[in-house]
Design a protein around this ligand. Structure first.
Ligand code: FES
Length: 137
């Protein structure tokens, strides 16, 4: 029924687990921001303060155009229950640092009852590091 709460656990970059109850239809970016969870983007800002555009989590406002909201689903079975990523999301994910088999863009994942008990990790590396990595090759 509407308004029913769904359980989700975030694992932050320090390995700390944060259990939350969220509503159906919430997206992972909004949940993380509402709970002051440090996403990739914030980390990159502290490491690379001069890079402004890509350094804010949810920099693109959840329109699937920045990859700062990269999250990693901890459990492959739950990952399989999610809606398939769109082509746009896959394109952006290719740019995310530390891409895994179960990576998603947080702003594109809406919570549903099927995802009750979802566990997602917040990546520790930054996209900016990846960019410089490319340049040195
Ligand atoms: Fe930009 Fe998700 S907030 S891709």
């Amino acid at each position: 029924k509407a308004g029913e709460e769904i359980n989700i656990t975030f694992i932050d970059k320090d390995g700390t687990k944060i259990d939350l109850q969220v509503a159906e239809g919430d997206n992972l970016l909004d949940i993380a921001q509402a709970n002051d969870l440090e996403m990739e983007g914030e980390l990159s800002q502290s490491r690379a303060p001069d890079i402004k555009l890509t350094s804010h989590p949810g920099a693109c406002g959840g329109s699937c155009a920045c990859s700062t909201c990269h999250v990693i689903v901890d459990d492959p079975d739950t990952f399989d229950k999610m809606e398939e990523p769109s082509d746009d999301e896959n394109d952006m994910l290719d740019l995310a640092f530390g891409l895994t088999e179960t990576s998603r863009l947080g702003c594109q994942v809406l919570m549903t009852k099927e995802l009750d008990g979802l566990v997602v990790r917040l990546p520790t590396m930054t996209r900016n590091l990846q960019a410089s990595d490319f340049e040195s090759k």
